[in-house]
Design a protein around this ligand. Structure first.
Ligand code: GLV
Ligand code: MN
Ligand code: MN
Length: 413
């Protein structure tokens, strides 16, 4: 039996259903934020499936979880596939989880078909890809790739003040796995990540497989505004330093400045905090996050300059500062991996199209370490980062069949 034929659609779908119970929400989505008890439960479930199949598991210092299927030449660098198991606070069942379960299904399919690879194969669940609880996102893969420093990340705090180091220790305590000696990554011979598209193109074009050519650049910022707390009933508007009013002026100017003709620049203010958060106190502090993306770094450079200029001018008479949290350059995937994805989709008789990724993925960091690429499958109406996110069992299995065939090529190379 071929690797692709051994992929079991029913098993893959069932595993999604079981994972969806961990942090499951009444609307059918998941709230399984990074390094939460739900994340630990997902780690334990994956580990239990892995050990039942005779695969080994281990973790590293940032909590990335690796499932390893041995190769005939165990000394060779492994080929890896995976994604993330953490979710947005109101996330869907497939964002990230599909990539982990597709990778795991690939390992199981090869096991079922009795196919041995030269290189070891790994299914990976990277820590904190979403970056909604702990910023920045794609943290586990970035630490693995040496792009973020482990110590810096351990000190990052969530919105409640819990440090990542504390949450990681609690998670690894609840979901123990043998710890890798090295503090960060090890050599990989290749990396392929399967993911739902999270956008509408595949569905609109009636294609099953997205051959992902690269990922647009992304930057995140936090704008901090400081005013002065005052009594809401007695203080004239002219005498106030209202931090929230300043935030709205800054934000309005930014929305205008980032509106482009071809609608290519992505600009999102997704989290706003106002302090002290009392209805009858003029806010003394306000902060908001900015997520900005574009395929060209030069455009992001220009926009960043514009945003930085807007902040002090529009925030006055309050004071303000802008903190840049991340700057991830656009990624171009490896030509050979892109060709392999296209060729395997074609051979399997699956409709396909080349496309860039609008969303960020762990593959953008791993691509700096080894030849890397991605496989997209459609999701309903392109909706993601939403509890109603949906995909079909057939499309998930189709993407996994392509994945198995690409992994086989890379692992026997
Ligand atoms: C990942 O979820 C992203 O924000 O692109
Ligand atoms: Mn994702
Ligand atoms: Mn996501």
């Amino acid at each position: 039996m071929s690797g692709a034929k051994a992929v079991r659609e029913d098993r893959l779908w069932q595993r999604h259903a079981e994972m969806a119970k961990l942090g499951g929400t009444p609307k059918g989505g998941v709230n399984r934020q990074a390094l939460s008890p739900e994340d630990a439960a997902a780690r334990n479930l994956l580990a239990s499936w892995a050990t039942a199949r005779g695969f080994s598991i281990f973790t590293d210092a940032i909590g990335n979880l690796f499932v390893r299927r041995q190769g005939s030449d165990p000394g060779l660098a492994p080929v890896a596939s995976g994604s993330h198991m953490d979710s947005q606070p109101t996330g869907g069942r497939f964002d990230g989880m599909y990539g982990v379960l597709a990778a795991f299904e690939a390992l199981e399919a090869l096991e079922d078909a009795g196919i041995q690879t030269r290189r070891p194969l790994m299914a990976v669940a990277w820590t904190n890809e979403e970056g909604s609880r702990f910023q920045p996102g794609a943290m586990g893969s970035a630490v693995f790739a040496g792009r973020f420093k482990l110590d810096d990340m351990l000190g990052v705090k969530d919105w409640e003040g819990v440090s990542l180091g504390e949450a990681l220790a609690a998670t690894l305590n609840a979901a123990p796995a043998p710890m890798l000696d090295a503090m960060t990554g090890f050599p990989l011979a290749g990396y392929v990540e399967a993911h739902i598209e999270q956008g509408p193109q595949l569905e609109a074009e009636c294609k099953t497989i997205g051959v992902v050519t690269g990922i647009q650049g992304s930057r995140r910022y936090i704008v901090h505004i400081a005013g002065e707390e005052a009594h809401a009933g007695t203080t004239p508007r002219s005498a106030r330093k209202d931090a929230f009013a300043a935030a709205t002026r800054v934000a309005t100017a930014m929305y205008e400045a980032t509106t482009d003709q071809d609608d290519a620049l992505r600009f999102t203010i997704g989290r706003v905090e106002v302090q002290p958060g009392s209805p009858n106190t003029v806010p003394g502090k306000a902060s908001f996050t900015i997520d900005m993306r574009h395929p060209e770094d030069a455009v992001l450079d220009v926009m960043e300059k514009t945003l930085l200029e807007i902040v002090p001018v529009r925030a006055a008479p309050c004071s303000a500062r802008t903190e840049r949290v991340t700057n991830v350059a656009p990624t171009n995937f490896d030509r050979r991996v892109i060709e392999l994805v296209r060729e395997k989709a074609e051979r399997l008789g699956l409709s396909h199209m080349d496309m860039p990724s609008g969303a960020g993925h762990d593959a953008m960091h791993i691509a700096t370490l080894c030849p890397a690429g991605m496989i997209f499958v459609p999701c309903e109406r392109g909706i993601s980062h939403n509890e109603i996110e949906n995909a079909t069992p057939a499309d998930l299995a189709a993407g996994t069949r392509v994945l198995v065939e690409v992994l086989l090529e890379l692992a026997n190379y």
